[in-house]
Design a protein around this ligand. Structure first.
Ligand SMILES: [Zn+2]
Ligand SMILES: [Zn+2]
Length: 884
C-alpha cells in the first residue's frame, strides 16, 4: 500500500498510533456483521464505570480482550467486541453529591428530577473519558454498538427481568436485616460490605430479673443496640436458667420489661450462656425474633443517630450514644466488666464507614432457585473458568448464597418498576408506568428506590445484544465466547451474569471466564491512591507507546496471577519495537516495491540454503505453537515465543546470516534471501499484531504486495511443507560452532578485525556436511579466515584453543593474534579482582550474624556470586597457565 522505502528512520508511536486507529475505525474493521458463512466470536467488555479513569487494571483487562479479538478476527471469525459503560449508581451519585456539597447544596435541594438532570449532564461531560482512553490503548471495539447500562434498551431489559422474577415469586419485598451505610444512606449488598478485624470490647451488663433479687448477665459488642432489645434468650437445656424461662427482666436505662425466652440458637458454652435479643439490629436476633413473635423496634435513624425510641439518647450519634450508655451503666452499677475483644466489622466498600445491620423494608432476589442452574452449568463444563481453580471459589459462594438485597436508596439508577396504591395497598409491578390503581382507582406512587448497579450489569451479555427483542445480533453473537475479568468481581458480576443468563436466556452467557490477576507496583504492593504508587497507563503510552505498554502487561503474565509493573520492562519492550523497526527498515531497503516474494519463495523452493530452511521451519513451528498457546489462553507464553523468535532467531541470526548474500552478485541466492526475509518478516509481524497492533500495522502497510490492513489479514498457519528438521539441526550445529568461537574470542580479547583459521574435527558425516555448508557463515560471524574440516585430530598447531560442541571439536590457533604480554597483564589484574571479591563473599558467608539476619534470597544471591567468581577464577588460571 505504501512505498516500501519510506519507513521513517526511527519508530515514533505518537506519529503512528492515532493515525492508524482512525484508519481502522473509518474502514469499519471493528464492525462485524452477522455473517453465517463465518463463525461468530464475541466478547462483551466489562463496562467501566462512567466515573472511572483508565488504570493499570483496565489496561491489562482490555489488552487481553483485544489480543483475543484481533487474533480471532485474523483467523476469519466474525468478531464482535462490544463496548460500553456502567452508570455505577452509588459511585456516580456520590460524585455528584460531592460536587453539590461544594456549592453548599444537597441532592434534596435539587429534587429527584433536578438531580437526575445534573447526573446526565455529568455523564455527557465525563462519561466518555474512559472510552477515549481505551481507544488510545488500541482496543478494537465496535464503537457503533456502544452501550450504556442506563440506555433505553438496557433499561427495558432491567424492567422486563424485574417483572418476570417478581411474577415467579423470585423477587419479593420484605423486612429483613440488611447492611446499611449511614454515610451513603443506602442499603448495600453483602458483597459490598468489606469485613476487617477490629479491636473492640465485650461489655458485660447485668439485667435485673423482675420480682427476684437476682440478675442475668449478658455481653455485647454494641451496647447502644440494647435500646432495641426485646428479649433475653437462653438455651432450653441450660440448667442455670431453666427456672427463669418465662420470667421477665428489666431492660436497664429504658426500664422496660422484656421476656426471658428459650431458643436453641443460644450457645451454652459461650459467655454466660444468656444473650440479649435485638431483632431490628442483628441478623441472628432477627431470626430469633421471627420464631418468637417478638416486637422489632428499630432504634436508629438512617444517618446512624438514635431515634425517639431511644429515650434520652435520642439524637445522639451511635458512637456518642455508646459512650453515654456505657457511662450510665457504670454509674448505676450494672456494668460488670469490660473485656478486650477482636471481632470482624463490616465496612462500606465505597466510603469505608462501619456498616450497621438494620431492619429495613427492601426488595430481594430469592437466590437458591436461581443458583442451581448456574452451579450446574459450571459443573458440567459448559462454562469453564481459566484457570480452573476459580470455579471452586465460585461453587463455594453459589452453594452458600443468601438472598440478594437489590433496592438502593439512591436516585441515579434504574428506578424500581413497582407502584403502590396509597388507598388499598395494592402493589403493581409493570414495565409501563401506571398512575391509577386497577383495583380501587386510587392514585399510584412509584417506589422511590433504584436497583443495585449490578442488577443491570448482570444482564450485560444479552441486554447489549438487543434482548428482550430477538435481534439479529442476539441470534448470531450470543452466547458470547469469553468473558475477561479480574478475580475481584467474580461474585459481584460473573456469578450474577451466569444465573441471569440461565434464567432469562436458558443458555450460558459465555463459554469461558478468563480470570486475570492485578497489576502491582514494582515492590509487589497494590497500586493505590493513598500509597501514591499508581502508574497511569496513559503516561506509559505517552512515554513509550501503546504497544510497549501492552506487551509489558502480557509477557510473563499468566491467568489468575498478579503481576508487577516495572518501568524497565516497558523500556525493554520499547527497545523491542525499535529492534523490529530497524530490522524491517533493513528488509525494505533491500527489496523493490512490487517484490513478489511469496511466489519467488515458492518457485525456488529447492534452492533454499540451510539458513533459509532453518528460519522457515522455525517460523512454521512458531505459528503452530503460538496458536496452540492462544487457544489455551496462554497469552504470556505466546508473547514470549514471538519475542524470542523475532529478536534472536530473525534479527540476531538470520539477518546477519543473509547479509553477504544480499550484497553478492549471485542473483538467485540474493533473490531467495530477499524473499525469505520478506516472508518471515511479514508472518512474524502478523503473529505479533494482536500484541502490538500499531507498529505491526505500520510495517505491514509498507510491505510489497499488501493491499489491505494487517487487521483483516489472515492469521499465519502452520504448513507441514515447511518442516525441515534435518536442515534445522544442521543450522543449529553451525550456530553452536559460531557461538563457541565468538565466546572464546571475547574471553581472550581478540578484536574482530584479527581473523584466525578455524579447524573443525568431526568423525560424523552429517556434521562435516553441515559445517561445509556453514563455512561462509562461520567466516563472517566467527571471524574466520579459513575453515578447515577434518575427520581426525592431526597437525593441530601447538597452543591452539579448543572448543567442544556436540559432535565436533573446534581448534583456534589464536596464539599469534593476541599480545601475549598484555593479555597476561590483563589476566593478572582480573585474578586480583576475583581474589578480592571472593574474599569479601566468603567473609560474608561465614558471618553468623549475616546468615541469621539476612533474607534467604540475599544469602542465595551471595552464594551465587561465590560460585560465579570461583568459576571465573578457574578459567582465568587456566588461561594464564596456557600462556606461560
Ligand atoms: Zn458508604
Ligand atoms: Zn388501590
Amino acid at each position: 500500500m505504501e512505498d516500501a522505502k519510506n519507513l521513517n528512520k526511527a519508530y515514533d508511536p505518537k506519529q503512528v498510533e492515532e493515525k492508524l486507529y482512525k484508519m481502522w475505525t473509518e474502514n469499519g474493521y471493528f464492525t462485524p456483521e452477522a455473517d453465517y458463512s463465518k463463525e461468530p466470536y464475541t466478547i462483551v467488555i466489562p463496562p467501566p464505570n462512567i466515573t472511572g479513569q483508565l488504570h493499570m487494571g483496565h489496561a491489562l483487562d482490555n489488552t487481553i480482550q483485544d489480543i483475543l479479538i484481533r487474533w480471532r478476527r485474523m483467523q476469519g471469525y466474525s468478531t464482535l467486541w462490544l463496548p460500553g459503560t456502567d452508570h455505577a449508581s452509588i459511585a456516580t451519585e456520590a460524585k455528584i453529591v460531592d460536587s453539590l456539597a461544594k456549592e453548599g447544596k444537597t441532592k434534596y435541594d435539587l429534587g429527584r428530577e433536578g438531580f437526575l438532570r445534573k447526573a446526565w449532564d455529568w455523564k455527557e461531560e465525563y462519561g466518555g473519558r474512559i472510552i477515549n482512553q481505551l481507544k488510545k490503548l488500541g482496543c478494537s471495539c465496535d464503537w457503533t454498538r456502544e452501550r450504556f447500562t442506563l440506555d433505553e434498551g438496557c433499561s427495558k431489559a432491567v424492567s422486563k427481568v424485574f417483572m418476570s422474577l417478581y411474577e415467579k415469586g423470585l423477587i419479593y419485598r420484605g423486612e429483613r436485616i440488611i447492611n446499611w451505610c449511614p454515610s451513603c444512606k443506602t442499603s448495600i449488598s453483602d458483597i459490598e460490605t468489606i469485613y476487617d478485624d477490629e479491636k473492640g470490647h465485650f461489655w458485660h451488663i447485668k439485667y435485673q430479673i423482675k420480682d427476684l433479687d437476682d440478675f442475668i448477665e449478658i455481653a455485647t459488642t454494641r451496647p447502644e443496640t440494647m435500646l432495641g432489645d426485646t428479649a433475653v434468650a437462653v438455651h432450653p437445656e441450660d440448667e442455670r436458667y431453666k427456672h427463669l424461662i418465662g420470667k421477665t427482666v428489666i431492660l436497664p436505662l429504658l426500664n422496660k420489661e422484656i421476656p426471658i425466652i428459650a431458643d436453641e440458637y443460644v450457645d451454652m458454652e459461650f459467655g454466660t450462656g444468656a444473650v440479649k435479643i435485638t431483632p431490628a439490629h442483628d441478623p441472628n436476633d432477627f431470626e430469633v425474633g421471627l420464631r418468637h413473635g417478638l416486637p422489632m423496634p428499630r432504634v436508629m435513624n438512617d444517618d446512624g443517630t438514635i431515634n425517639e425510641l431511644g429515650g434520652k439518647y435520642c439524637g445522639l450519634d451511635r458512637y456518642a450514644a455508646r459512650r453515654q450508655i456505657v457511662s450510665d451503666l457504670q454509674e448505676s452499677g450494672l456494668l460488670v466488666i469490660v473485656k478486650d475483644h477482636d471481632h470482624s466489622v463490616g465496612h462500606c466498600q465505597r466510603c469505608n464507614t462501619t456498616v450497621e445491620p438494620i431492619l429495613s423494608k427492601q426488595w430481594f432476589v430469592k437466590m437458591k432457585p436461581l443458583a442451581e442452574p448456574a452451579i450446574e452449568v459450571v459443573k458440567n463444563g459448559t462454562i469453564k473458568f481459566v484457570p480452573d481453580r476459580f470455579s471452586k471459589i465460585y461453587f463455594n459462594w453459589m452453594e452458600n448464597i443468601q438472598d440478594w438485597c437489590i433496592s438502593r436508596q439512591l436516585w441515579w439508577g434504574h428506578r424500581i418498576p413497582a407502584y403502590y396504591c396509597s388507598d388499598c395497598g395494592e402493589i403493581i409491578v409493570t414495565i409501563d408506568p401506571q398512575e391509577t390503581c386497577g383495583k380501587c382507582g386510587g392514585k399510584l406512587k412509584q417506589d422511590e428506590d433504584t436497583l443495585d448497579t449490578w442488577f443491570s450489569s448482570a444482564l450485560w451479555p444479552f441486554s447489549t445484544l438487543g434482548w428482550p427483542d430477538n435481534t439479529e445480533d442476539l441470534k448470531y453473537f450470543y452466547p458470547t465466547s469469553v468473558l475477561v475479568t479480574g478475580y475481584d468481581i467474580i461474585f459481584f458480576w460473573v456469578a450474577r451474569m451466569i444465573f441471569s443468563a440461565m434464567e432469562n436466556m436458558k443458555e450460558e452467557p459465555f463459554k469461558y471466564v478468563y480470570i486475570h490477576g492485578i497489576v502491582r507496583d514494582s515492590e509487589g504492593r497494590k497500586m493505590s491512591k493513598s500509597l501514591g504508587n499508581g502508574i497511569d497507563p496513559l503516561d506509559v503510552i505517552e512515554k513509550h507507546g501503546a504497544d510497549a505498554l501492552r506487551f509489558n502487561l502480557i509477557s510473563g503474565n499468566s491467568p489468575g496471577n498478579d503481576m508487577r509493573f516495572f518501568w524497565e520492562r516497558v523500556e525493554a519492550f520499547s527497545n523491542f519495537a525499535n529492534k523490529i523497526w530497524n530490522a524491517s527498515r533493513f528488509v525494505l531497503m533491500n527489496i523493490d516495491d512490487d517484490f513478489d516474494y511469496e511466489n519467488i519463495l515458492h518457485s525456488y523452493r529447492d534452492a533454499l540454503t540451510t539458513a533459509d530452511y532453518w528460519i522457515l521451519s522455525k517460523l512454521n513451528r512458531l505459528k503452530r505453537e503460538v496458536t496452540e498457546n492462544m487457544e489455551k489462553f496462554e497469552l504470556g507464553i505466546a508473547a514470549q515465543k514471538i519475542y524470542d523468535f523475532i529478536w534472536f532467531e530473525f534479527c540476531d541470526w538470520y539477518i546477519e546470516l543473509v547479509k553477504p548474500r544480499l550484497y553478492s552478485e549471485e542473483a538467485e541466492s540474493k533473490t531467495i534471501a530477499q524473499a525469505t526475509l520478506t516472508y518471515v518478516l511479514r508472518d512474524s509481524i502478523k503473529l505479533l499484531h494482536p500484541f502490538m497492533p500499531f507498529i505491526t500495522e505500520e510495517i505491514y502497510m509498507h510491505l510489497p504486495q499488501t493491499s489491505h490492513s494487517i487487521v483483516i489479514s489472515q492469521w499465519p498457519q502452520y504448513d507441514e511443507a515447511f518442516d525441515a528438521s534435518s536442515q534445522e539441526r544442521n543450522m543449529e550445529i553451525i550456530m553452536e560452532a559460531i557461538k563457541g568461537i565468538r565466546n572464546i574470542r571475547a574471553e581472550m580479547n581478540v578484536v574482530p578485525s584479527r581473523k584466525s583459521n578455524t579447524i573443525i574435527i568431526s568423525d560424523r558425516e552429517e556434521v562435516i556436511n553441515a559445517m561445509m555448508e556453514g563455512t561462509p557463515y562461520i567466516q563472517k560471524l566467527a571471524y574466520s579466515s579459513e575453515v578447515i574440516l577434518k575427520t581426525t585430530k592431526e597437525n593441530i598447531p601447538d597452543g591452539a584453543v579448543s572448543i567442544i560442541i556436540e559432535g565436533a571439536e573446534i581448534f583456534l590457533p589464536l596464539e599469534d593474534l593476541i599480545d601475549k604480554e598484555k593479555e597476561i597483564e590483563r589476566l593478572n589484574k582480573e585474578k586480583e579482582r576475583l581474589e578480592k571479591e571472593l574474599e569479601r563473599v566468603k567473609q560474608k558467608l561465614s558471618n553468623e550474624k549475616f546468615l541469621s539476619k539476612a533474607p534467604a534470597a540475599v544469602i542465595e544471591e551471595e552464594k551465587d556470586k561465590e560460585k560465579k567468581y570461583s568459576e571465573l577464577m578457574v578459567k582465568v588460571l587456566d588461561r594464564l597457565k596456557g600462556l606461560e
